[in-house]
Design a protein around this ligand. Structure first.
Ligand SMILES: Cc1cc2nc3c(=O)[nH]c(=O)nc-3n(C[C@H](O)[C@H](O)[C@H](O)COP(=O)(O)OP(=O)(O)OC[C@H]3O[C@@H](n4cnc5c(N)ncnc54)[C@H](O)[C@@H]3O)c2cc1C
Length: 401
């Protein structure tokens, strides 16, 4: 079946739903959101703790309540949200192949907003050797498993090891404990974790070298910073963090990925390099709070509406890249709008001096007051790129301690 819509949003998480709500409310025509899961709302649906802002009366929202509200707002504004429907590829520049419960479709749109989120890299992508026993999960899989089956022993085990050192790993520890699972240890790589793990031993500078067990996991082999090895007995291991954008549709279309984020390169209007195709939310760079992803969805609506109104697609802006010890900076292109830069370090940086330069000429250099950590982004205001030559060469952002 071939159909045409005005805006096709892929992904009904906070970013996609917020974009759809804003676009539908602004009279963008038929705004259709595709969600491959049976329920809309994205990751927050499985985050049962507060931490998603507050409702109109100031009561703290948990993830499922936040997700329901985001869906309600999109529907109320007039967007169509279709669940159990996956975008599987491209049939043309603004035409997506879609698999729905009713069969295959080809949907053409005047604008496409990609909001497919990010995922934690599973054990296979982290190249952890060993057998393939049950009990090996990412934090997202842990939450989905608990949401679906409850704290059953066969799904979440009795004794777990968590791999990772950031707040998402801390969330995994809390989730496991709340499900009655003992957490033996948190295993984390080189950066010293400033995250507290509520009494769980934290093995810093340690890596998992092998998964043990057949059928069900029986333990993980680890190697410490001094080269010594040990086996941690457990029947569940949770690999947390290490995000990678869900960029399959971006790659299928041949759009450039930013090397640091592995998400699509966009400008401040969330335009990719393909006319009519936008990208928002965690797809751009991995996990930020839901409120950030939703704000990006809303902000993208402005450029989408301009596009629908016939505005020409701007020429690609000035490329921006981060150099070590910074991991990434977004957006990857500057122009035509101005806006802040979001960046993350690879490791903990105490009061670093940041430099933004174009063609090697410093635009701004300043010591930051605090400490940068790998799991939290820093926002550099527009003053950091004031004086930028929109027709000039590439911009770099670097840091030194
Ligand atoms: C463990 C954990 C705890 C968190 N806790 C908090 C918190 O306390 N507070 C907070 O603010 N944030 C929290 N976050 C972050 C927050 O959940 C995310 O930032 C937010 O969900 C990102 O929104 P998104 O729309 O970009 O992506 P997602 O929420 O990931 O949504 C993307 C959607 O796209 C769908 N999709 C992907 N590909 C396709 C396709 N091809 N076709 C159709 N649909 C597709 C997916 O199924 C998904 O529903 C947490 C995240 C995690 C993992």
């Amino acid at each position: 079946m071939n159909r045409t819509v005005d805006v096709l949003v892929v992904g009904a998480g906070p970013a996609g739903l917020a974009a759809a709500a804003r676009l539908a409310a602004a009279g963008a025509g038929r705004v259709e959101v595709l969600e491959r899961e049976a329920t809309a709302g994205g990751v927050p649906r499985h985050c049962s703790r507060p931490g998603f802002g507050a409702d109109a009366r100031g009561r703290a929202l948990d993830g499922p309540a936040y997700a329901r509200r985001a869906l309600r707002e999109a529907l109320r504004a007039g967007a169509v949200v279709r669940t159990g429907v996956s975008a599987t590829g491209w049939a043309g520049p603004l035409t997506l192949d879609v698999t729905a419960p009713t069969g295959l479709e080809r949907v053409r749109a005047r604008a496409v907003v990609l909001a497919t989120g990010a995922r934690e890299r599973p054990r296979s992508a982290r190249l952890v050797p060993g057998t393939r026993p049950a009990g090996v999960l990412t934090t997202g899989e842990l939450q989905r498993t608990l949401a679906r089956f409850g704290p059953r022993r066969e799904s979440v085990g009795r004794r777990a090891v968590v791999v990772g050192g950031d707040p998402v790993a801390r969330g995994a520890v809390r989730t496991l404990r709340a499900a009655g699972v003992a957490v033996t240890a948190v295993v984390t790589g080189p950066p010293s974790p400033a995250v507290a793990f509520a009494g769980v031993p934290v093995l810093v500078g340690t890596v998992v070298t092998e998964l043990l067990g057949r059928g069900r996991l029986t333990g993980v082999a680890v190697r410490g910073p001094d080269g010594r090895t040990a086996v941690l007995r457990c029947d569940t291991v949770v690999f947390s963090g290490d995000w990678i954008p869900e960029h399959e549709l971006v790659r299928a279309r041949g759009l450039p990925l930013a090397p640091g984020t592995r998400g699509p390169v966009t400008d401040h209007g969330y335009r990719t390099t393909e006319p009519g195709v936008f990208a928002v939310g965690n797809l751009l760079r991995g996990v930020e709070p839901a409120l950030v992803a939703a704000a990006e969805g809303r902000a993208a609506a402005r450029a989408v509406l301009e596009r629908l109104g016939g505005a020409p697609w701007p020429a690609a802006g000035v490329p921006v890249t981060a150099t070590a010890p910074l991991r990434w900076v977004t957006p990857g292109l500057l122009g035509p709008e101005t806006g802040p830069l979001l960046l993350r370090p690879e490791r903990r940086l105490v009061r670093p001096v940041l430099t933004v330069a174009q063609n090697g000429v410093t635009l701004r250099r300043e010591r930051l007051g605090g400490t940068l950590v790998p799991w939290r982004s820093v926002r550099l205001g527009e003053q950091w790129t004031a004086g930028l030559d929109p027709a000039g060469g590439p911009v770099t952002v670097d840091a030194e301690e």
